[in-house]
Ligand binder design. Sequence first.
Ligand SMILES: [Zn+2]
Length: 297
Amino acid sequence: MAREFTWPAGTRAAAAFTFDLDAESCALAADRSSHDRMSLMSHQAYGPQTAVPRLLAILARQEITATFFVPGLSAEMYPDTVRRIVDSGHEIAHHGYTHEPMGSLTRVQEARVLDRGLDALDAVAGVRPVGYRAPWWELNWHTPELLIERGFRYESSLLDGDRPYALGSTESDASLVEIPVDWALDDWEQYAFFPGWTGSGVIESPAKAKEMWLLEARAMHRENGCFVLTNHPFLSGRPGRAHQLEELIEQVKALPGMWVTTLQQIAAHAASLDLPPYRHRRMSAEQVRDAFAHIDE
Ligand SMILES: [Zn+2]
């Protein structure tokens, strides 16, 4: 019997602090010649080398566990960092191999990305992840089925909800848990700038970023929602930003009944509710043509 979504007894909302350990991979995926740029590579390496130890210390001080989405290439380049994350009790989840732009890949290529990423996480840390987040949150219509075939339990790249739901495959009766995200809860828009690659040159104050995220966390708490913050260690692990992040964690933890945990735990809870799968409707090419027919004549 399908049921409504509810949080575990004693809680009224959830918050997950998630970190995408993109390191060099996202710069390479945007432009393969990025490896020629020493300074850009050093900017990305800051994440696993300098930021992750600082972030792990914050998480330990705050006594919370977090979810780290790790591209396979990052795991192979920084095996000690990834093992340290695992040893600290945090969740490792899948985030592609070289942060591939999924929108441009075929189904067969995407399957290879998933398998190579799984192999890397297994070889480096002995981890078989249950969670997936598409690079740039770019999910394809066939992706849920590829994930279900590989035993993934949840996915966190879609943007159409305030709390987890059962995401039905578009190709079978199967489903997995979706934990939706939001670009306003991603640190890229606040902090990312590298000449010739990304950003407008405007870098926001960490106090402003924290204020914005705290407003969302409080509202999600009021709405019985799921606050999912996405941070990149190479961005949010710099000292001023990391200190603001720690203050944010403290204040989110203090909200009464706020369950601060990993996406894996949230997904396991959602799966236990036996929710009816939601199947996204894909418009056909004909429907799209028809939608513009009045101006295309
Ligand atoms: Zn990423």
